[in-house]
Design a protein around this ligand. Structure first.
Ligand code: GLY
Length: 566
C-alpha cells in the first residue's frame, strides 16, 4: 500500500463515518504565538473552544485532515532513523460530536482492519493532582480486546496546548511494533498562559498520526527513508550528489522536502523566525558545487499530485532555493579562503557556517590532519549554550533578556550576536579614532546594529575599513567573553566603556573581550571592556562576519554607523 493510498483510505474512512474532509492549513499558522504549524488541531482551535461553529463552516461537528506539519524541536536529530522536521499528520477531530468511545473504536478499526496492523499495546493517562486517571479509556480498550495497557503521566499522556494557551487534555496512544503511531487527545480543558486548567464547555477529540511512521509499519520497512515517501528522493540524491554517507543523504532528503513545502506556503529565507529556520535548512544541505535543485524538482513532481500548490508554485520554489544556495556558496568561498589560511575548524563552522565535514574532506585531500576531538568538544559546549538560550521562555509577548528584547529564541540569538559585535565596534572606533569617540546611542534589530557616537567629521574609507578589519580580527581570534560583577565606581575606574546616559545600578556587569595581561596582551587591556546588561555570545567566533553598511551624520557632531553580521 503506497502512501497515497494510505492518505485516501484515511480520509475516506472518516468521511464514511460522518467527518467532513478539510484541506491542510498553511505551515504558517494564524496563531501569532506559534512559529509554524505543528499539529492538525491548530487550525481547529476556534472550534474546540466554541468560538466558531463547525456546523456553519463544515456542516458537521467532525472533521478529518492530512495536515502539513513542521517541528523544530528535532532539527538537530535529523539524520538518524526516526527524526524528521517536516511531516504529514493524519487526524480526525470532533467538536462536541463524539468522544472517547467512538474515537477509540475508530482508531482500533482503522489500524487493525483498514491497515491490517497489530496493536502491540496502548497507553492511557494515569492521573495526577489536577486531572483524574482516564479509567474510561482503559475500559473501552479492554472491551475491544486490548489487554496490554500502559499508564503514563503528564509528560507522555497529556497533550499541552500549542502556543501560549489553548485546548488540551489526556491522551491515549496506540503502539505498533513498539512505536507510537497514533495519539488520540481528549480535549476537556483549556490551559491558560499561567498553565492553570479550566474545563472546556464542550468536549472534543483531536488525533494525530504521522503518515511517515504509519507508512513504515504498513510497508513493513525499517525506517521512514525506506518508505515510498522518501524512496524516490533518495534515488535522486544518489544520482545527483556525490554524498555517500547515509546520514547526509537523510538530512538532504528531509531538509529539501521541508524547504519545498515551506516556500510553497510563502516562507522565504531570512534572518528571522520562520525565514531563519528555512535558511538553516537550505544552508545545511548546500553543496559547494552541486545544486540540490534536481532533488527539489523530484519532491515537487511527486508530492504535487496530492499538494497541487507545489506544482503551481514550482518556479518560485526553485528560484528561492537557488538564490539561497548561491548566497551561501559565496559564504563558503570566503570560508575556503580562511581554511587555506589555517583558521580553526570550529571558527570556520560558527563564523562562516563552513561545514565541518567539508573541512575534514578538504584537509584529507590536502594531506593535513585536523583535531576532530577538539572540534567536537568546542561544538558540544557551543550547543549546550545555544540550547540553554533556546529554552528561555518564549511567550506570545516575546523574550526580554538583559538589554535585548526579541520575539523568538532565534531572533534573540541573532540580536545577541549583533550586541557583542556592537561592543567590538565601539572598541575598534576608540582604537582607530581615539578617545574623542563617545557612545551616544545604539539600537539593534534582527537585521543590523546602529551605533551613534561623538566625532567631529565624516570617517574616511580607510578608517571605516580599518574599524571593520579590527572587528573581524577579534571575531576570528574567537576571544571568550568574560563577565564580572563589580561596584559601578570600580568598573568605571577599570577603564570599562559605558554609555553616559545609562542608568546603572550600584553593582554592574562588566563584559571583557579579548586578551588581558594574564594572557600576554602587551597593553594588558582586553580588546573591549564595557559596562552592560548583556546578553552576549560566549566567544566572538559565534558572531559571524561583520560588515559596516553605512556611515553618516546623525546630528551635529554625532556620527551614525550601521553594521550587519552574516
Ligand atoms: N494533536 C495531537 C497530536 O499532534 O498528536
Amino acid at each position: 500500500m503506497d502512501s497515497q493510498e494510505i492518505r485516501q483510505r484515511f480520509l475516506k474512512f472518516f468521511e464514511e463515518r460522518g467527518h467532513k474532509i478539510v484541506p491542510s492549513s498553511s505551515l504558517v499558522p494564524t496563531d501569532p504565538s506559534v512559529l509554524l504549524t505543528t499539529a492538525g488541531m491548530q487550525q481547529f482551535k476556534p472550534y474546540f473552544v466554541g468560538q466558531k461553529d463547525p456546523m456553519a463552516d463544515f456542516g458537521s461537528k467532525n472533521t478529518v485532515s492530512v495536515q502539513k506539519s513542521f517541528r523544530t524541536s528535532d532539527i538537530d536529530e535529523v539524520g538518524d532513523e526516526t527524526h524528521l522536521t517536516y511531516f504529514e499528520m493524519l487526524g480526525n477531530f470532533s467538536f462536541g460530536g463524539y468522544f472517547k468511545k467512538e474515537a477509540i473504536a475508530y482508531g482500533y478499526e482503522f489500524i487493525t482492519k483498514e491497515m491490517g496492523l497489530t496493536i502491540d499495546y496502548v497507553s492511557v493517562f494515569e492521573g495526577d493532582a489536577e486531572v483524574p486517571a482516564d479509567t474510561e479509556s482503559e475500559e473501552i480498550w479492554k472491551s475491544l480486546g486490548i489487554t496490554k495497557i500502559e499508564k503514563f503521566g503528564r509528560k507522555d499522556n497529556f497533550w499541552g496546548p500549542t502556543g501560549a494557551e489553548g485546548p488540551c487534555g489526556p491522551t491515549t496512544e496506540i503502539y505498533v511494533r513498539g512505536v507510537e503511531v497514533w495519539n488520540i487527545v481528549f480535549n476537556e480543558y483549556y490551559m491558560k498562559p499561567d498553565k492553570s486548567l479550566e474545563p472546556l464547555k464542550q468536549k472534543g477529540v483531536d488525533t494525530g498520526m504521522g503518515l511517515d511512521r504509519l507508512a513504515v509499519m504498513v510497508q513493513d520497512k525499517k525506517n521512514v527513508f525506506e518508505t515510498d515517501l522518501f524512496e524516490f528522493i533518495f534515488k535522486k540524491i544518489e544520482e545527483n550528489t556525490p554524498e555517500k554517507d547515509q546520514r547526509s543523504k537523510r538530512i538532504i532528503a528531509d531538509h529539501i522536502r521541508a524547504s519545498v513545502f515551506m516556500i510553497s506556503d510563502g516562507i522565504v529565507p531570512s534572518n528571522t523566525d520562520r525565514g531563519y529556520i528555512l535558511r538553516r535548512l537550505i544552508r545545511r544541505i548546500t553543496h559547494p558545487d552541486k545544486s540540490q535543485i534536481p532533488i527539489a524538482e523530484t519532491v515537487i513532481e511527486s508530492y504535487g499530485n496530492f499538494y497541487q500548490e507545489l506544482k503551481t508554485k514550482k518556479i518560485l520554489i526553485l528560484e528561492e532555493i537557488k538564490k539561497e544556495e548561491d548566497k551561501f556558496r559565496e559564504t563558503l568561498y570566503s570560508g575556503l579562503k580562511q581554511f587555506e589560511k589555517g583558521v580553526d575548524p570550529f571558527i570556520l563552522h560558527t563564523t562562516y557556517g563552513f561545514p565541518f565535514d567539508l573541512t575534514k574532506d578538504l584537509s584529507r585531500k590536502a594531506g593535513k590532519s585536523i583535531d576532530e576531538k577538539d572540534f567536537e568538544e568546542k561544538f558540544k559546549k557551543h550547543q549546550e549554550i545555544s540550547r540553554a538560550g533556546a529554552e528561555k521562555k518564549f511567550g506570545g509577548h516575546g523574550i526580554v533578556e538583559g538589554d535585548l528584547t526579541a520575539s523568538s529564541p532565534e531572533e534573540l540569538k541573532i540580536k545577541t550576536r549583533l550586541h557583542t559585535a556592537t561592543h567590538l565596534l565601539n572598541a575598534a572606533l576608540h582604537k582607530v579614532l581615539g578617545d574623542e569617540v563617545s557612545q551616544r546611542g545604539s539600537d539593534i534589530t534582527v537585521e543590523r546594529t546602529r551605533f551613534d557616537f561623538v566625532f567631529g567629521r565624516k570617517l574616511t574609507d580607510e578608517e571605516i575599513k580599518k574599524v571593520e578589519d579590527l572587528v573581524n580580527e577579534a571575531i576570528l581570534a574567537n576571544y571568550p567573553v568574560k563577565i564580572e560583577t563589580m561596584p559601578l565606581e570600580e568598573a568605571k575606574k577599570s577603564g570599562a566603556l559605558y554609555f553616559y546616559k545609562g542608568n546603572f545600578p550600584e553593582m554592574v556587569k562588566v563584559y571583557s573581550i579579548g586578551p588581558s595581561l594574564d594572557s600576554g596582551s602587551p597593553s594588558g587591556r582586553p580588546f573591549s571592556r564595557e559596562i552592560c546588561g548583556g546578553p552576549h555570545v560566549s566567544s566572538t567566533g559565534e558572531i559571524g562576519r561583520f560588515k559596516i553598511t553605512k556611515e553618516e551624520s546623525s546630528s551635529a557632531g554625532i556620527r551614525r554607523i550601521r553594521a550587519t553580521v552574516e
